[in-house]
Design a protein around this ligand. Structure first.
Ligand SMILES: NC(=O)c1ccc[n+]([C@@H]2O[C@H](COP(=O)([O-])OP(=O)(O)OC[C@H]3O[C@@H](n4cnc5c(N)ncnc54)[C@H](O)[C@@H]3O)[C@@H](O)[C@H]2O)c1
Length: 351
């Protein structure tokens, strides 16, 4: 499988994993010469360009989009229209117009669109999905999900203080796909309404809480941004309450953060005994026997899923519908913030 990569920060990490998993990275691009020089060292067999449009003319099976967060949709549309399979980092789109353009491009293309949402396949989220899909906790009613970084004030302003960088220009609600995508995968539902709150009105850019109504009637509460007490499971913590019990990430330091607790209430079990247990994820190894770090498992799965789309005609692991829905929660959440935290309905995007 011949792969091209656009954007060589996270893109270089993804390209390195593509190669480890047996894909051929034949072309890459970045407008930053320093990033191109670094990539030339690590991706010695790839041609490295400044302009992403060169990759449209390249003989590629698939492209990985890891350029700026709020600029993925136009590139995804262009590659889909060339019949090149797309694996796109978040966000899938930056507004409704882009969302519609992307949905239409995916529909008319012979190629597939996959969202590079590794958080859906992190070890703790996979354990939670297994419990939910086995109906161990009944029907899901309340999901909470955190994506939180504990950083010093100086480090936060170093990361988001430059309005010329995408991290500085995006809305504080925008980077929500690492919470919303696991929620949509766990429930199989769609968001219908979003209410967003700044955590601290004296520092309203640093962290937000969103309350999201789901199409099945339940509620999701997401917290993201910069708050102390970050989870050691790659900054992600997820809790799922159902009509018969609870499944949630263990709040513990270190490797135990990847484990989950599943509780089934005694009144639901037939014998009256409450079951409450912790489950640790099994280790994942590659065919060559090497161990995959827990925080890389999601990346490995999305890249293997992308390869299956291209080589075997498999369906995308995270397809365009939930990718667009998760991304638009951030857009609609920003409107809610601007309106003083009024509930804002999600757009109806029937294309
Ligand atoms: N899923 C994850 O765990 C994860 C982790 C980190 C980043 N990301 C995502 O990856 C994307 C990139 O993040 P990053 O941290 O690498 O950001 P970054 O700003 O460090 O890197 C982006 C790179 O893309 C290049 N670029 C942007 N537009 C370009 C264009 N039109 N043509 C050529 N090059 C272009 C920039 O020069 C830059 O080097 C973002 O969408 C981010 O959300 C995801």
């Amino acid at each position: 499988m011949r792969v091209g990569v656009v954007g060589l920060g996270m893109g270089l990490y993804l390209a390195t994993w593509c190669r480890r998993l047996g894909m051929e990275v034949v072309a890459a691009c970045d407008r930053d010469p320093a990033r191109r020089a670094e990539a030339a060292v690590h991706l010695s067999s790839a041609a490295v360009f400044e302009d992403w449009r060169v990759l449209l003319e390249y003989d590629l099976d698939g492209v990985v989009l890891a350029n700026d967060f709020d600029e993925h949709a136009p590139l995804a549309v262009a590659f889909l229209d060339r019949g090149i399979h797309v694996l796109s980092e978040s966000a899938a789109c930056a507004d409704e117009r882009q969302a519609i353009a992307l949905l239409e491009a995916e529909r008319r293309s012979a190629a597939t669109y996959s969202f590079a949402e590794n958080y859906v396949f992190h070890p703790h989220v996979r354990l939670l999905r297994k419990a939910v899909e086995a109906r161990e906790i009944g029907r899901v009613t309340l999901v909470e999900a955190d994506y939180l970084h504990a950083m010093s004030p100086d480090d936060v302003s170093g990361l988001i203080g430059d309005p010329n960088h995408w991290r500085g220009r995006i809305e504080p609600t925008a980077y929500c796909t690492h919470t919303l995508s696991p929620i949509l995968a766990l429930t199989g539902e769609l968001p219908t309404e979003v209410t967003a709150f700044p955590v601290d009105t004296t520092d309203s850019r640093s962290a937000v809480v969103m309350v999201v109504r789901l199409s099945g009637g339940g509620l999701a509460v997401t917290r993201h941004g910069f708050l102390q007490g970050e989870p050691d499971s790659h900054w992600s913590w997820v809790s799922v309450r159902g009509t018969e019990g609870l499944a949630e990430s263990v709040r513990a330091p270190g490797a135990r953060a990847w484990s989950v607790r599943v509780r089934k209430e005694g009144w639901t079990t037939g014998d009256g005994v409450t079951r409450d247990e912790q489950r640790a994820p099994a280790a994942v190894t590659l065919p060559d026997g090497s161990l995959v770090e827990p925080k890389a498992e999601g990346t490995v799965r999305i890249l293997e899923g992308f390869r299956a789309c291209v080589e075997r005609g498999a369906l995308p692991l995270v397809p365009v519908g939930p990718a667009v829905a998760a991304s638009l929660v951030g857009v609609v959440g920003a409107r809610s913030l601007r309106s003083g935290s009024c509930p804002v309905p999600m757009p109806n995007l029937s294309v």
